[in-house]
Design a binder for this molecule. Structure first.
Ligand code: SF4
Length: 254
């Protein structure tokens, strides 16, 4: 027993004690900051080099719902575009994913868009079913990591479950291929209402690099209300956790 206690003491706390206050390494690619001094010719070049059409020229902006965080735009104009380590980039409003030149504000949820039943039903516990709709396993692995001993999202009463019938909502990853369109619909219909719908990762939000593929069928998204967009390619577990806590009204009041 003494031996085990000594090991526990030596290891210290294995989990992140303050999930809301944790700061990621400066190497993390989070919310971008864009200088207002980007010239028209630079804007055109940047638009052309972006692999997912995430860059718009007028006004110059980066759409985090399309961005794959490859950092090519930063390498091209290191003095004018930089990616901060701010991982809190999940929101429920697609417009808030568009970061314009000069924007420095944090990306947050629009409280007026959060459905009342979300906070009243899911404010204390939330079970989610994850559907990989032609995902590449990267977003899926990060979501899985949200439940590991390090991030331990279970401390908030949140976990992934095996069946949509036991879930309060779905988390979709991947661009939604033609083959997955029907299973996704079946899964959605099998989830009891009221249910939450979350898109995790660039592929799910916009199709990412597969957006123009004929093998993709994103008709599902035009039929149902999306409650949360979690950008990232793949999204960081903390981005996901922060987004869920915001959506369910669990973030500590500052
Ligand atoms: S980091 Fe994003 S905006 Fe920049 S080039 Fe890559 S995909 Fe485009």
């Amino acid at each position: 027993m003494l031996k085990e206690l000594k090991i526990l003491f030596r290891h210290g706390k294995q989990y992140i004690t303050d999930l809301e206050g944790v700061e990621l390494t400066p190497l993390f690619r989070g919310r971008p900051e864009i200088a207002t001094t980007i010239t028209a010719s630079e804007a055109k070049e940047l638009e052309a080099l972006c692999p997912t059409n995430a860059i718009s020229v007028v006004p110059f902006s980066i759409n985090l719902g399309k961005c794959v965080f490859c950092k090519e735009c930063h390498f091209y104009t290191p003095e004018k575009i930089r990616f901060t380590n701010d991982h809190k980039i999940a929101t429920n409003d697609l417009n808030r994913l568009i970061v314009k030149a000069g924007d420095r504000d944090a990306i947050e949820l629009d409280a007026s868009l959060v459905r009342k039943e979300i906070t009243s039903y899911f404010g204390k516990a939330l079970k989610l079913r994850q559907v990989s709709a032609a995902g590449d396993n990267s977003a899926e692995m990060e979501l899985n990591a949200a439940g590991n001993v390090n991030f331990d999202v279970g401390r908030y009463g949140m976990e992934f479950v095996a069946s949509p019938r036991h879930a309060d909502g779905l988390v979709i990853t991947g661009p939604i291929s033609e083959n997955m369109a029907e299973p996704l619909e079946i899964c959605y219909n099998a989830t009891p209402s009221p249910k939450i719908l979350i898109l995790a990762g660039t592929d799910a939000i916009s199709g990412g690099i597969f957006a123009d593929s004929k093998a993709v069928n994103r008709g599902f998204l035009s039929k149902y209300h999306v409650d949360l967009y979690v950008p990232g390619n793949p999204p960081h577990p903390l981005t996901f956790i922060n987004g869920i806590l915001s959506l369910t009204g669990r973030l500590k009041k500052k």
